[in-house]
Ligand binder design. Structure first.
Ligand SMILES: Cc1cc2nc3c(=O)[nH]c(=O)nc-3n(C[C@H](O)[C@H](O)[C@H](O)COP(=O)(O)OP(=O)(O)OC[C@H]3O[C@@H](n4cnc5c(N)ncnc54)[C@H](O)[C@@H]3O)c2cc1C
Length: 466
């Protein structure tokens, strides 16, 4: 009997672990193991965990149509997983375990522990790389080193991706199977799931069909063609909104890449969009090659000497969207109300916190993780370290986005700001970016002078780098 362990790969199509478990018409059983204490340690957002739950319900139904039962288990943390897996394997007489790799340090440790106990019990472990377009350590410079800069990485990755097999894996219907009940087996409703508002749930409908149809809609309408033009405008629905689906594995990056490839000849937009998929790929490879970044360490070690300010009140103003800079406050409100933030604004908010406020980027990284439906260690850490100039191929420390000019450039009439901060709607197109004489009393004054904050950041980075 074959066991498929679902983790961050909540789909049946193009799922190598599922597909290979059915090799030679073998019968498969599927499991999912919830680890609520680990989720808290990892700052996984309630909205993201709830998204997993809803996708698991869909997966349960899709697997049932293939006669593959999906059973649920719960342990507090990863430490308890190896013992649980062994007891499951013994109860169901499992000969082979299949799972798709996860790359952060704690997940790797858990999986090595599982592999070790399986070896001791003669259970074969099969692992696959479904989160990546190209396997770990396969994209290298001529000297055989990991790439530290995005553009040459992307160029090399494109050459290699074009050579890879474009097969996507399809599972088949198997004969009905029945296994003895395991003592720790639960129903999905018996697991500990957080409560989330129905308005957020409506914004992120679950299921592989939704993800696939969103991908097709994005690629077959003007959205992908206009991506280059619209992707930086937060008031326009100009991006794919696929990040939660990609990060929970409801859709695969290969499926996205392949569909976009069909449109590359007709449109720059498709090529630009694929480049974003390559940023995702780049950050995952960086995390694999430099695993210390999983331990809250900056990629550029010297930046640890920066005297980050421990200012609770400024941090809280930023977190709650009360900085007095409308574009920042609107973006932070988008994060709190939607569990998502526009990419341009993620950069603007991250730079404002780490540069103008000189607050440790790790506190911002954590806040994002605690609220994002698409929170992903590699992309979030990569985005924060890029913005804070502490990461690989990061923005140079002296290139600091001014939130007011960014607002004027990417939200010229303040459409995005007005939507998220309706109390500012009466302001004209000039004042909307930095309210002064007509500012409503309810809206805060700026918590920092931008020029002062910028100079303080420049001086701090300069001193740390010497
Ligand atoms: C400070 C900061 C934190 C971020 N945190 C996360 C995070 O936790 N999870 C996450 O998925 N993305 C993160 N990003 C990257 C990016 O903001 C989101 O991937 C994007 O906004 C998701 O929207 P979309 O699916 O509509 O993207 P699209 O523009 O449609 O892009 C398609 C896909 O490409 C990938 N992608 C796009 N831009 C990036 C990027 N800069 N880095 C890595 N992958 C990218 C995503 O998987 C995305 O779904 C972060 C960026 C910054 C600057």
């Amino acid at each position: 009997m074959q066991l498929v362990w679902f983790r961050n790969d909540l789909r049946i199509s193009d799922n190598p672990a599922l597909f290979h478990s059915q090799h030679n018409n073998q019968a498969s059983i599927a499991i999912y193991i919830a680890t609520p204490e680990q989720w808290i340690k990892h700052d996984d957002a309630a909205v993201k965990i709830d998204f997993w739950r809803r996708n698991l319900e869909c997966l349960h139904r899709s697997l049932a149509e293939l006669n593959i039962p999906l059973y649920f288990f719960e342990v507090a943390s990863y430490d308890e997983v190896p013992e649980l897996i062994i007891s499951i394997c013994q109860t169901w007489k499992i000969t082979d375990l299949h799972f798709n790799e996860e790359y952060p340090i704690n997940e790797q440790r858990r999986d090595h522990a599982v592999q070790n106990v399986c070896i001791e019990r003669n259970i074969a472990c099969h692992t696959y790389h479904e989160q990546l377009l190209l396997p770990p350590a396969s994209v290298r410079t001529k000297a055989g080193e990991p790439f530290k800069v995005f553009s040459p990485f992307a160029k090399q990755a494109r050459l290699q991706i074009n050579e890879v097999d474009t097969l996507t894996y399809k599972p088949h219907i198997q004969s009905y199977i029945q296994v003895p009940t395991h003592a720790k087996q639960k129903n999905i409703e018996q697991l500990q799931w957080p409560e989330v508002s129905s308005s957020i749930q409506t914004m992120w409908p679950a299921g592989e069909q939704v993800a696939t149809s969103n991908l097709h809609h994005f690629c077959t309408t003007n959205l992908i063609h206009d991506y280059k033009k619209n992707r930086d405008i937060p008031s326009v629905r100009g991006t794919s909104f696929l990040s939660p689906y990609l990060n929970s594995g409801v859709i695969s990056v290969k499926q996205c890449w392949q569909l976009a490839t069909q449109y590359c000849e007709q449109s720059d937009g498709a090529t630009v969009w694929q480049n974003e998929l390559l940023w995702r790929e780049f950050y995952k490879h960086v995390l694999i090659d430099f695993p210390y970044i999983c331990k809250h360490q900056p990629w550029k070690q010297y930046t640890d000497a920066i005297p980050w300010r421990n200012d609770k009140s400024d941090l809280e103003a930023w977190q709650q969207g009360k900085t007095g800079y409308p574009i920042i406050d609107a973006a932070m409100k988008q994060l709190l109300t939607c569990g998502w933030m526009h990419n341009r604004l993620r950069m603007v908010c991250a730079m404002f916190l780490s540069k103008h406020l000189l607050i440790d980027w790790r506190l911002g990284e954590r806040w994002f993780m605690q609220h994002l439906v698409d929170g992903d260690l590699a992309a979030n850490n990569g985005g924060w370290q890029w913005s804070a100039s502490t990461g690989t191929d990061a923005v140079p420390y002296f290139r600091i986005f001014n939130p007011v000019t960014q607002s004027q450039r990417f939200d010229p009439q303040g459409k995005f700001i007005r939507f998220l901060l309706p109390q500012l709607d009466s302001l004209d197109d000039k004042q909307i970016h930095l309210p002064n004489k007509d500012k409503p009393d309810s809206y805060p004054s700026p918590i920092i002078d931008l020029k002062y904050g910028r100079e303080r950041a420049l001086a701090s980075f300069k001193t740390a780098s010497n």
